[in-house]
Each structure stands twice: as C-alpha cells, then as structure tokens.
Design a binder for this molecule. Structure first.
Ligand code: BG6
Length: 488
C-alpha cells in the first residue's frame, strides 16, 4: 500500500518533537508501509535536502536509543520531501494537488499540526483544490477549539468536506500502551468486571502529574490553562475508559458509543458543586527534582498577573446504574512533585470486620500509566509477625501488594503513542481516535466551569512548585473521607 503523508506545520514544534521521531521509529521497526512519502509543508523556503538536514539536526535532541545512525537516517530521509506553502493562497493548494496526483498514492493523509485557527480555512481550500477524495484522511491535533461553540464550528467545517470516517482527532493518551492496557484489563479479563461497580468500589482517582512547567509554550498555555489542556481531553478520555460499559465489539463506533454515554452521564455542574468540587491552582517558585524553578507568572510568555490555572482537581459523578454515588476524582497539574500518571480504584471495606486492619487500609487497584506502566493490587494478609500474633483479640492484618510491571515484562521498546496513532491513520483504524460528538460532549461538560472561573474573583490558589498542588485539593477529597494516594 502506498501513502502520502502531508504534514502541515512541517517545521513546527510538534513535527520535530513528536511526529518525526515517531515516524522514524515506525520506519526502524519496519512497520511503515514501504511505499511511503512524507511531505513537510510550511512557509519556509527550503529544498528537500535542506528540509532533511533540518530534521536530521533535530534528532540530536531525541533520546539516544531513539536516534538514527547516519546510515539509518539516510534511508529514512529518502521518504522526506518539502513543499513551500502559504496556507492562505489557493494556488499553493493547486501545487499540492499536482504533487499528490503525480504520484497517485493509495492513501493521502493530511496532518494538521498547525494552529487550530487555521483548520477551517485549510479544509475549505483542500476541498476547493479537489483534495477531499475518498482516499483522503485528515488528522486534527488538539486543541480543537477553546469552547463548545468553537469546537462545533471546526467540526462542522471539517464535516462539510469529509466524512466522519475520514477524520482522525488525536488524543495522544489513547495511543499510550498503558491506556490500551486499561481497555485490555477491563474487557480482556473477566476477573474485575463483576467488581467494577458502585456496590464494590468506593471511589476512583485519576492523577496526571507533570514535573515540567510550561517550557517554551508560555503564551499558548496562558490562553489555555490546565482544564482545556489536560482535563477536557486526556483526563476525560481516561474517565471514559474506566467507566464505560463493555462495548459489543472492538470496532471504533462500538467503543466510541460507550464512551459517549459516560460523558453524557456526567452529573452537570451546579452552583454548589462549582464552588466545592473544582479546585484550581497556579504554581509559584519552588524546587523540583532538587532544582530551583521559577513560578508560573515568571515564565516567558506568561502575563505577570495571569489568572490561568496550572492545576485542576475535580470531583465528579456519573449518573447511571453502575456508578451512581461513586465519586471520581480527577487531578492534573504542572510543576508537581513528580511526573506520575496513575489511576487508583479504591474498593469498599469488607462488610463485616472480624479482623483488625490498619487505618485506611483497603483493597486497591493501582493502574500505573507513566513513567512506568503496570498494575498493583493491594490486599490485606495475615502477618506472621510474632508481635501481631501474640496480641489478644482480633488478629491484625497487614497491607501487602502484588506488582505487575509491564515496562519490565514487555520491555521499554514498546510502540510509542504517536507511532501507534500514525500507523493507525495510515491503515485507517479509528478505534483510538475521538469522534466529534464525544469531543462536543466533553466541552459541554467543562464549559460551565470555564465560565465560572472566568468570573470568580479569587483566582487560582497558589501552590509551590514541587508540591502536590494546593491544600484545598486534599481538603476536597478529605470531606468525603478519602485521601489522594500519596497521602494515604
Ligand atoms: C499535551 C499537553 O496534550 O500533553 C501538554 O498539551 C502536556 O501540556 C502533554 O505536557 C502531556 O503528555 P505526556 O504524554 O507527556 O503525558
């Protein structure tokens, strides 16, 4: 099968940080179809050779194991081409059309790694140049809009020129091996399904913590914030994977239908829950990994009086038979104590106590997503410790846990998120991409919170870089009698 992958934003940050390294890995692993061509598109005036040299120089910043040797790069570089385009000029789309028609590849992937403000215009121009053929696939990077209305406008514009099955909306969390393992855990094993419900589960916590700050993206981030950047997409997709009903098969729409139902069942915000179940924070200077780092407002590109949140903690509920009354907590932030994404499923205590158990010790399933991925199952066991055995009355149990480390089990050389997603686009598999109705439903749910924070006077709560966020986040969960995993 031959393909052309047209990379709009071909000299941009995403192209060299994520996409080129992922394409190279796919090439190295032999999984990229051999008849491929990658056409970088940007305004720069570059020849194919100059583009290849630029990409080659960028690989110096990629981790050593994923860097090509000179010989490997030369073979990979044969796939790389460059086309100069001004995205507002119709003539430039005609030139692109000529380039593509001259080759007549089986599949043409248009990857929009550009500012979202350009999405609508680019789609219209592609259609005007006759480039919306049945073998075209369009990849859209987040953020897709900044609220429900702008998201809808993009989706409508795109659907005017292409069918839904040709549109691949990326949420790179769905491409992570650890997140696919979550689907495998739930729907490939019969063990947990009978327990996966309100009768046995007390609460579920989703944490996506980053130790990095906003890096060089201060200006973008300052107009975005953690709710739009991480919660509306990545965290809600994790919530869907955790809470959805088993799909009838593994086809894209069967999975997406079930995820959509979860988003539709999220309890809407009320005046009370907006005040009590949503905490926002902003980092101040502190120490992360032994290094002193500046506060958010001192970062380049960030307004000195910025009210943008770099931390969010939410409590939400899913109003259906399986989950009614079970709190789901979501927490994400920049410059937290560690890069650590994990999910904790806390089970209810045994219904009748014949043993003594240490305070707070319950059965718990921890799903580690990154930096390592794996499962930990926390159980209670009878200790052989003579001090416990000697004590009169009920025997005291001790927490123990089973630990399954997928990174160790399957090796660190697994297919990365972007590699997996790019191969899926080329092969036309939509399972790991987000449908427009899912995306709109997620915006519909976060929008009241965006509005509330826009008008609320207090602004985000400060937290020191290197901490786990503002103390109000712990207080919120403590009101329900629970605690975040690092506090229990
Ligand atoms: C991106 C956000 O979608 O995800 C970034 O825009 C964030 O702000 C990144 O840093 C986190 O991804 P990962 O794969 O490093 O957890």
């Amino acid at each position: 099968m031959s393909f052309d992958l047209v990379l709009f934003g071909g000299t941009g940050d995403l192209a060299w940080r994520k996409l080129m390294p992922a394409l190279f890995q796919a090439f190295r692993h032999g999984s990229l179809p051999p008849q491929g061509r990658i056409v970088g598109v940007a305004r720069d005036d570059l020849s194919d050779e100059q583009y290849r040299s630029l990409i080659r120089s960028r690989f110096d910043q990629v981790e050593l194991a994923k860097r090509p040797s000179a010989e490997e790069f030369d073979r990979f570089a044969a796939l790389l081409h460059f086309l100069r385009m001004d995205l507002s000029r119709p003539q430039d789309y005609d030139r692109l059309a000529q380039t593509l028609r001259a080759r007549g590849a089986d599949t043409v992937v248009m990857y929009l790694a550009t500012a979202p403000a350009l999405f609508t215009g680019v789609c219209e121009q592609l259609a005007a140049a006759g480039l919306n053929t049945p073998n075209t696939r369009l990849v859209l990077e987040k953020p897709l809009g900044h609220d429900l209305a702008s998201n809808r406008a993009i989706n409508e514009a795109v659907r005017r020129v292409l069918q839904e099955k040709q549109i691949f909306r990326i949420d790179h969390y769905l491409g992570k091996p650890s997140v696919q393992n979550l689907f495998a855990l739930r729907f490939g094993n019969a063990l947990f399904e009978p327990l996966w419900r309100r009768e046995t589960i007390a609460n579920i916590q989703i944490t996506i913590a980053e130790d990095l700050g906003v890096e060089k993206r201060g200006a973008f981030y300052d107009s975005t914030g953690a709710l739009r950047d991480m919660v509306q997409n990545h965290a809600l997709q994790l919530l869907c994977a955790l809470a959805m009903e088993p799909p009838i098969n593994a086809h894209a729409d069967a999975i997406r239908d079930e995820k959509l139902k979860v988003l539709r069942s999220l309890t809407p915000w009320t005046v009370q829950s907006l005040g009590q179940h949503a905490i926002r924070g902003q980092y101040t200077a502190g120490r992360v990994g032994g290094q002193q780092v500046p506060g958010y407002r001192e970062e380049p590109g960030v307004a000195p009086d910025s009210q943008t949140e770099t931390f969010v903690a939410l409590r939400c509920e899913i109003a259906n038979w399986r989950w009614a009354g079970v709190p789901f907590y979501i927490r994400t932030g920049k410059r937290l104590a560690a890069r650590d994404a994990h999910i904790v499923v806390n089970f209810r205590a045994a219904p009748h106590a014949i043993f003594d158990v240490p305070m707070g010790a319950v059965n718990r399933l921890v799903i580690n997503l990154q930096p390592r991925d794996g499962l930990e199952l926390h159980l209670l066991a009878q200790s052989q410790d003579s001090r416990h055995a000697a004590r009169a009355g009920s025997p005291m149990l001790t927490p123990v846990h089973l630990n399954l480390d997928f990174t160790q089990r399957f090796g660190a050389e697994r297919v990365g998120a972007y590699e997996r997603l790019l191969l899926d686009v080329i092969d036309g598999r939509l399972n790991l991409f987000v449908r427009s109705d899912e995306q709109e439903e997620a915006w519909r749910w976060v929008e009241p919170l965006l509005d509330f924070w826009r008008h609320e006077r207090n602004g985000p709560r400060p937290y020191a870089a290197g901490s786990w966020g503002p103390s109000a986040s712990s207080a919120m969960i403590a009101r329900d009698g629970f605690c975040w995993s690092e506090e229990c």
